[in-house]
Design a protein around this ligand. Structure first.
Ligand code: FES
Ligand code: FES
Length: 134
């Protein structure tokens, strides 16, 4: 199995690790395949920009590297742009993942969507109507 330099870099030196105490939205998801867990915290401005994002992952190296890259890719972006981020795009930004580890990258995408859904709920909005998921 081969990992790219970028995967190694983000695994050994992950960006945006931690928590946000007064987060606008928090998402937590588990990977059914391995039981790994990821939590993502978002700080969203009044005009819908992701000002800060932090994550915690109890998971494998690929999950940590994809979370790290995903947080970098959505920081400073609008919610709409963040919702367009796919696990494939994150994997590509890392110069690829071994095929058997692709499912690990889904964790970051799902945790991000879950945190945005939580944000909408806290705003009194229905995430299902806005995002097509709950
Ligand atoms: Fe086990 Fe990713 S779920 S290798
Ligand atoms: Fe579980 Fe990779 S082994 S997310």
């Amino acid at each position: 199995m081969e990992y790219s330099d970028k995967v190694f870099d983000h695994f050994t030196n992950p960006r945006n690790v931690g928590e946000i105490a007064d987060a606008s939205g928090v998402g937590e998801v588990g990977n059914a395949k391995c039981g790994d867990i990821m939590k993502i915290y978002l700080k969203i401005s009044d005009d819908g920009i992701i000002e800060d994002v932090k994550f915690k992952t109890f998971g494998c190296g690929a999950a940590i590297a994809t979370s790290s890259m995903a947080t970098e890719m959505v920081k400073g972006k609008s919610i709409e742009e963040a919702l367009k981020l796919t696990n494939q795009a994150v994997a590509e930004a890392l110069d690829g993942l071994p095929p058997v580890k692709m499912h690990c990258s889904v964790l970051a995408e799902e945790a991000l969507r879950s945190a945005i859904a939580d944000y909408y709920r806290k705003q009194g909005k229905d995430p299902e109507a806005i995002m097509g998921c709950s």
